[in-house]
Design a protein around this ligand. Structure first.
Ligand code: BEZ
Ligand code: FE
Length: 276
């Protein structure tokens, strides 16, 4: 195969992958090459632009650490994370909808008793959270494990502070025998995703804002049910229709009601899909 040109190179590359034994890998690499070449032809990619792209992806890799995943952030702002969730987690009507995981989950969050204050000193207005975990048939999910995490009123997660000795505004709780849970935390506020890396450069160059509407993250797990990764959003947030990572679903938006004493109450029930 010699003298390949812009009209013949795609077929030549695809032929080189013809003997890939794993059929799924073959399907993915074939589609990737086809779309990548079509993209380059479509925009008439220059050599300078090709090299800028290489440098951009290199910088994205360099920005990654144990607690910072710039490639996931890039996937988030390109809508790829949410598209993948939407395609793979099409749960039956009635189930709580999933949304993006985000980069700020901590594997070993502290455990709390029901009713505890999970904020652990994080700054923000006091907020009581309560609800019930149920199965699709309406049955209470006894002892469901809830992993919760959120940013403080400065828009930062605990892992974004360098000198914090303990986790803040995150924790693990188990629902009671009837699936009920309640805990105290701080009021969720809108915050910007990190913009000090290549993702920030992209948002800036394309005049996009980095804000996420106020939300509280939940991961809900119980034997016999699919794991649910989601958020509950605060109604009336000004970024609900322009979330930087496209994660808002109307069914996850609820009113966080201010009480007479100035604190807030957020009530939300989760409905889990039985394991398929
Ligand atoms: C988050 O909600 O924690 C998040 C999600 C995607 C990108 C950045 C942050
Ligand atoms: Fe978040």
């Amino acid at each position: 195969m010699r003298n390949l040109n812009q009209d013949t190179i795609t077929e030549a590359v695809l032929a080189r992958f013809e003997n890939t034994p794993d059929p799924r890998l073959k399907q993915i690499i074939t589609s990737l090459v086809t779309h990548l070449h079509d993209f380059a032809r479509d925009v008439k990619l220059t050599e300078e632009e090709w090299f800028y792209g290489i440098q951009y992806l290199t910088a994205t890799g360099h920005k990654c650490t144990d607690v910072r995943q710039e490639f996931i952030l890039l996937s988030d702002v390109l809508g790829l994370s949410m598209l993948t969730i939407a395609m793979n987690q099409d749960k039956p009507a009635g189930c709580t909808e999933p949304t993006v995981f985000g980069p700020f989950f901590l594997e070993n969050a502290p455990h709390f008793e029901l009713g505890a204050d999970v904020s652990n000193g994080a700054s923000g207005q006091k907020c009581l959270v309560r609800g019930q975990v149920k199965g699709l048939g309406g049955e209470p999910v006894k002892g469901a494990k809830l992993n919760v995490w959120q940013a403080d009123d400065d828009g930062k997660y605990d892992v974004q502070y360098e000198n914090l000795s303990q986790p803040q505004a995150r924790g693990i709780l188990n629902a009671d025998d009837q699936g009920h849970f309640h805990f105290t935390t701080i009021l969720a506020e809108a915050y910007p995703i990190p913009t000090d890396g290549p993702v920030g450069t992209l948002l800036n160059a394309t005049k996009r804002h980095p804000w996420r509407p106020a939300h509280l993250h939940f991961m809900v797990e119980a034997p016999g049910y699919e794991r649910l990764i989601t958020h509950v959003f605060r109604d009336h947030d000004k970024y609900l229709d322009s979330d930087a990572v496209f994660g808002v679903r109307q069914s996850l938006v609820t009113d966080w009601v201010q009480q007479a004493d100035g604190t807030y109450l957020m009530e939300y029930d989760f409905v889990l899909n039985p394991q398929r």
